[in-house]
Design a protein around this ligand. Structure first.
Ligand SMILES: Cc1cc2nc3c(=O)[nH]c(=O)nc-3n(C[C@H](O)[C@H](O)[C@H](O)COP(=O)(O)OP(=O)(O)OC[C@H]3O[C@@H](n4cnc5c(N)ncnc54)[C@H](O)[C@@H]3O)c2cc1C
Length: 574
């Protein structure tokens, strides 16, 4: 059997499932109820597991040393890093979905009239050289990048009007420009004072910021309503929520982790988050990592395997999951969990996770983005002098005309927050855009056809009638994605919840280590942050497993333990 179980749940017959169960058993997996119907994969199975309390170790001979939960970038990177540092380790990765990549997913879309297809990214897409972890990894995996097309006029649509501009910042009045620069300086200067490792290090500032949201603390006081209509679409796309839904300390920590300014997150210029794209799509990163992990025959990656419960004592840890055939359990020495932090509420822990973790996990809110990709036979907007970039406050709503159709409740605002030229390195043309935050909430449950028409009409408004002649329209509503529930990242929304953020997302709990982009200290929320966090968690596991064995090369300074030690020293010396 292939190491990577890539089964389509709906296409499998029951007998195929049972056959697979037998194969799994042959490989020393304990499979408890192979005849169980495959209905909801996240139903509670605790009672069935009680029959198998001792899980699968015999005389403390574990089948796996480390089990990694989640085959997104952070989980796969931690498995890759562990394998590189110590290829004797036996590593199992379990993934709930039937695919690798998590919040990265590349899809084949029509790119020519004769039906040829090419890859585009429905999830994470852009990288920049200042993101050192992903940049290094792309080189290691032999993946190339190409620049985001930015030449030409950009469009700003606010208060129902459209203006064109050529620079990074729109041609607004001198007063608005000063206002924008002052506000942006205020954000950067406050962000500079926040430590991403210990956001509460600057106690006075942190407590003040933690008691309010980004909107009331920074934006409403610093920017005029005109500048806000430029800023809000950027916030919607960066965080997937409105500024009023972001804890101010969380927001500044996030901005600090991604270069320290809103510009570095919002723009496509050199060093900014939208600078470059990966040739052939970002899902290849996970696929190539998985291939290298699987090249070591001790390792295994199981798809369609949903974590349900983790039981642990001092010596061992038991991971209980459910696959297409029913419950399955594994025992190991250490677990690295890479799932998005909003998913922890679906997992049982015995003993229970500490309250400081549960509190943060309960109060986080996953962002909400719908990403659309529209392919064309040529980049017609470039011929008209447009870059393809649009920022919109959603003030124009084409589908008002639909309001007399029975059963259709028309949203209050237009969907689009921003659009980019999505043409790939082969010159295959596309426009890529986002519906974000409150607009995404309004538009998620609309009829698919209405949402698509509204997007196409907006593209016609921006770039002309040619926008109607698309080859393919594809969109992904990330709020409906299982095991994520949204994107691009989890935000802390409530006030007064940041004191324990760093410990909640990074501190190991007995034998469980935590990674995932939400736990990163650089480029949190981004692919780079996912890689950084995977490396940290892997170093923690190497440190605890091989503390006394200096033949294994690990980086202690890149562990939660070291960060914690430094924080303690700092607070004593104050
Ligand atoms: C539309 C969109 C646009 C984005 N744009 C960019 C961009 O341009 N640049 C950028 O750098 N980043 C971008 N991001 C963010 C980036 O994709 C993420 O930060 C990154 O992929 C997160 O990786 P991760 O490993 O931390 O989490 P994930 O990718 O979410 O991986 C976690 C994995 O755990 C699995 N899992 C969850 N629960 C369970 C369970 N119970 N049992 C088993 N498995 C489970 C999930 O299925 C998933 O595969 C974007 C994301 C989206 C969706």
């Amino acid at each position: 059997m292939d190491n990577q179980e890539n089964a389509e749940p709906e296409n499998k017959t029951k007998s195929e499932n049972v056959q697979e169960s037998n194969e799994l058993q042959n490989e020393n997996y304990v499979l408890i109820n192979e005849d169980e119907e495959n209905d909801s994969p996240v139903s509670s199975v605790s009672n069935e597991f009680i029959k198998n309390e001792s899980c699968n170790s015999q005389n403390n001979q574990f089948i796996y040393d480390v089990i990694i939960i989640g085959a997104g970038l952070s989980g796969l990177y931690s498995a890759y890093y562990l394998t590189k540092k110590c290829n004797d380790l036996r590593i199992l990765v379990i993934e709930g979905k039937d695919r690798l990549g998590g919040r990265t997913q590349s899809a084949d879309l029509k790119c020519s009239e004769d039906g040829q297809k090419s890859k585009w990214d429905l999830g994470g897409q852009w990288v920049t050289d200042t993101q050192t972890h992903i940049t290094k990894l792309l080189v290691e995996l032999d993946l190339e990048t190409y620049p985001q097309h930015i030449e030409g006029k950009k469009i700003l649509e606010t208060n129902g009007k459209m203006v064109n501009y050529n620079s990074s910042i729109p041609s607004v009045s001198i007063l608005s420009l000063i206002d924008l620069q002052m506000g942006s300086m205020k954000i950067s200067s406050n962000a500079k004072k926040i430590s991403t490792i210990d956001p509460f290090e600057n106690l006075n500032l942190a407590s003040r910021l933690d008691s309010g949201n980004l909107d009331e603390f920074l934006l409403s006081k610093s920017f005029s309503s005109k500048s806000r209509s430029l800023l809000d679409p950027a916030i919607r796309t960066i965080f997937g929520v409105e500024a009023s839904q972001i804890n101010a300390l969380f927001g500044l920590m996030y901005i600090k982790s991604g270069g320290g300014s809103l510009e570095s997150l919002a723009l496509s210029d050199k060093g900014c988050a939208q600078e470059k794209k990966v040739k052939g799509g970002t899902q290849q990163i996970s696929e190539r990592l998985a291939q290298i992990i699987k090249n070591n025959e001790k390792n295994k990656i199981l798809l369609n395997t949903v974590l349900i419960e983790i039981k642990q004592d001092k010596e061992k840890i038991c991971v209980m999951a459910k696959n297409l055939s029913g419950p399955i359990s594994f025992e190991c020495k250490k677990v690295i969990s890479s799932i998005p932090i909003n998913q922890y509420v679906h997992i049982d822990f015995d003993p229970e996770l500490p309250i400081y973790k549960r509190h943060v996990f309960q109060f986080c809110q996953m962002g909400n983005l719908i990403k659309f990709i529209v392919t064309y036979s040529k980049p017609f907007w470039r011929e008209k002098g447009f870059s393809g970039e649009v920022v919109s406050d959603g003030s124009v709503l084409w589908s008002k005309e639909w309001s007399n159709i029975e059963g259709v409740e028309i949203p209050k605002s237009g969907p689009i927050a921003c659009v980019f030229d999505g043409t790939n390195d082969q010159g295959q043309a596309a426009l890529v855009g986002f519906i974000g935050a409150k607009m995404a909430v309004e538009w998620t449950d609309q009829k698919d056809e209405l949402r698509k028409q509204e997007v196409i009409e907006a593209l016609v408004r921006y770039f002309g009638q040619e926008a109607r002649n698309y080859l393919e329209y594809v969109e992904k509503i990330w709020a409906k994605e299982k095991f994520a529930g949204g994107c691009p990242t989890c935000n802390l929304s409530s006030s007064g919840v940041m004191q324990n953020y760093a410990r909640a997302v990074r501190e190991p709990f007995m034998n469980i280590h935590f990674c995932g982009t939400e736990s990163a200290t650089v480029w949190q929320g981004y692919m780079d942050g996912a890689i950084q966090s995977g490396e940290r968690a892997a170093n923690e596991v190497l440190y605890v497993l091989f503390k006394d064995d200096r033949s294994i090369d690990y980086d202690y300074e890149n562990t939660f333990y070291f960060h914690n030690e430094m924080n303690r020293k700092n607070s004593i010396s104050k």
